[in-house]
Design a protein around this ligand. Structure first.
Ligand code: KG4
Ligand code: ZN
Length: 334
């Protein structure tokens, strides 16, 4: 019998649905909420409302693009956490109604685990065990992946996520949310060695990104007092310099993790893995160190339901199902 899963992602500011048939992604529809850009970050209440408006049409479109009818579905999956409570509630409730209405199993998925399993959507796929640097707007983790559903967090940020640091520095420069992609783009025209910022060193494989963000804030405030056009006149060098620092911090701990664990299968996942400097640095460091490097396609880096569908497929095979009492877990750790 075919396993036909519809998956829903609604943890932050993307409403997404995907259909997966026997482990193969047939559709991946993503509706990005534009409303947050003028507020400099995701506004939770607005996110919930936008999910509520988008969810039914997005799910219907995912079914249509996959050529699948509701009656063909054999399971429904949803992001159970981590994420924004109100946003997660929309996906959770919608998935439960589908499960009840169609009498099919319900599968709650961990969003961070799903970012990692996005590597199994297409070839080439990493071999177990591998190390994955998971970098998003809410998380920064180094994970040892022993099997599809067996993962250990080796280190993580103790304060801000790296995506948050990108977005906050962008906001300081007057760039709309999400600033990460624009910092990346502007960096290509700037001198990465022009400015230095101070960073907090953390023990072992942990990270801290709040110190460098504050250093960036104080530096730009200080310079702006002397020249009110400082940011505008130096925006490309500022972008390139902060990006060099952030990517350098990520790579330092990733190299340490690979060395300590004696693993040469190295992957990146999550929104910040779309960053061009992280991608090129990973490739060059990989060549130097003899790593096999795995970088997801752009469309599977940022939030999407295809990764939720993929994870649900492995959970279904392993019998990891949810029941109708399942509720969102905004701070779910694995
Ligand atoms: O995984 P994701 O889509 O959502 C969360 O689960 O958080 O990640 C979003 C984050 C944002 O902070 C965004 O600025 C960052 O990923 N991001 C980037 C790039 N593309 C997305 N950061 C740096 N460079 C990029 N090219
Ligand atoms: Zn994410």
């Amino acid at each position: 019998m075919n396993e036909v899963i519809v998956a829903i992602e609604s943890s932050c500011d993307e409403t997404s649905a995907s259909v997966c048939v026997d482990g193969e992604i047939k559709s991946n529809v993503i509706a990005t909420q534009e409303i947050h850009s003028k507020y400099g970050g995701v506004v939770p209440e607005l996110a919930s409302r936008a999910h509520q408006q988008a969810i039914a049409p997005v799910v219907m479109e995912a079914l249509e693009r996959a050529g699948v009818e509701k009656k063909d579905l054999t399971a429904v999956a949803f992001t159970q956490g981590p994420g924004l409570l109100g946003a997660l509630l929309v996906g959770t409730s919608f998935a439960k109604s589908m499960s009840l209405g169609l009498k099919i199993p319900l599968i709650g998925v961990n969003h961070m685990q799903a970012h990692i399993l996005a590597h199994f959507i297409e070839e080439p796929q990493p071999k177990f065990p591998f190390i994955c640097l998971t970098v998003s707007g809410g998380h920064t983790q180094i994970v040892k992946v022993n099997d599809y559903l067996d993962m250990t967090v080796l280190g993580q940020t103790q304060d801000d996520a790296v995506g948050e640091a990108f977005d906050k520095c962008a906001k300081i420069m007057g760039i709309p949310y999400p600033g990460g992609p624009l910092i990346d783009k502007m960096s290509k025209s700037g001198d990465p060695n022009r400015f230095e910022f101070s960073k907090t060193d953390m023990p072992d494989l942990d990270y801290s990104f709040s110190g460098i963000k504050t250093s960036f804030l104080y530096f730009t405030q200080n310079q702006t007092q002397k020249n009110s056009d400082f940011i505008e006149e130096n925006k490309y060098d500022l972008a390139a310099s902060i990006q060099r620092h952030l990517i350098g911090m990520l790579m330092e701990k990733l190299e340490l993790a690979a060395e300590r664990e004696g693993i040469n299968q190295i992957a990146i996942a999550g929104g910040v893995s779309a960053n061009s400097e992280l991608r090129s640095t990973l490739i060059s460091t990989g060549e130097e160190k003899g790593w096999e490097v795995y970088i997801p396609k752009f469309e599977y880096c940022t939030d999407n339901a295809a990764m939720i569908a993929m994870t649900a497929y492995y959970q279904l095979k392993g019998g990891q199902l949810s029941d109708l009492t399942a509720s969102p877990m905004p701070r779910w750790k694995f």
